[in-house]
Design a protein around this ligand. Sequence first.
Ligand code: PLP
Length: 445
Amino acid sequence: MPTSSGLFPRNFKKTFPIATRGEGCWIIADDGRRFLDASGQAAVVSIGHGVPEIGRAMAGQSSQIAFAHTSQFHTTAAETLASRLLAMAPPNFRNGGRVYFTSGGSEATETAIKLARQFHLECGQKDRYRVLSRRQSYHGSTLGAMTVSGNVARRAPYEPLISEWGHIAPCFCYHCPFDKTFPQCELACADDLQAHLGGQARDQAAAFIFEPVVGATLGSAVPPEGYAARITEICRKNGILLIADEIMTGMGRTGKPFAVQHWSVEPDMILVGKGIASGYAPLGAVLASARVVEAFERGSGGFLHGFTYQAHPVSTAAGNAVLDYLEAHKLFDRVNAAGQELRCALPLLQSHPNVGEVRGLGLLLGVEFVKNKATRQPFPREQNIAEKIRQACLEEGVLTYPTQGCVDGLRGDHILLAPPFTISTAECSLIARALLAAAARVFSS
Ligand SMILES: Cc1ncc(COP(=O)(O)O)c(C=O)c1O
């Protein structure tokens, strides 16, 4: 039955339960149904739902000072969170880096695009404006973020509104765009950036943006060893900035504070969102490295950009409280162990003839469904397998995050598993059981 409220829904053909309470890894609806949140909603919730300390910290901040415009004031909440994020970041952020807080991921991407453009203006390189990116990627839903996103289905309706700055090949070994295998491929997908920079982008490129582990679009595709380092080297050689979109992978989700730290690379900017406040408040951020900041300090002194709600005191207070909780409960250290427990619960699913691959890093896992396991052939898009799996899991009381298009932007079905870091062994088993039941139901019909 279509929803009859005044709220503009994501889909007019669907009904949505009313969420009334959250407890740990569970969401409870107004009709009493309990759902196990195996996807942390959209890879957002890290510390679990309903942690009272966070609400208390937000109320405390709100009763002291709820809002102060950043053109007139800074607040301790924002200053503190900025320092803490920089201390967790790679070394090139630590002495002289700065944090620009936004209200979410897409605003962080927009900010990074403009920061890259103005960085080059500050350095006297006025032709540089293109932010290169990859096909099969997602960086947000605002128009600048859509321009760099390479998600065919999400771009399609808005093509007339968005530019084309250049997209290179994705890094996706399970469906390699070059039909090669690592390591014989010699990282052809990374070298595609250099090939691209030899063309039109040579003098106009400002930056390259990438998801270190591709989340929703490819179902947690982890690059092979050497990819991130090769990309960094190419960016340096060509004088362009490297932007790591860690909106999904950041704040511990893959087992390190930031996913780039798995490969010890030092991007010029890191974007965060989602887990930064674990969903307790709308918050995102751009971490700008010392080199980027220096260009502004030496140059014009001001970034021509701004949002009314940037560095919001209550949101940044939530960010600090979430970080306190992660540290006090040693949850950053729990991610790898919990990720292993979840994987260990999935072997029966993995051996299912229609499960092509279970992949990922830490607590960001993807399960891809295929028509033919030997050839990795996807199902036709019209069969809508990912959505059917989501629906079947929902009927088992488990929430997952489905996407289509991992093969070529249209075909290819996968779901994302990204539960809170507090997930227990018993809850991992419940997720595995629900997925098996869902696969049995969807593939026998
Ligand atoms: C990698 C990545 N970048 C950007 C975004 C956009 O973030 P938001 O939805 O908070 O605007 C997302 C959201 O899914 C994302 O996964």
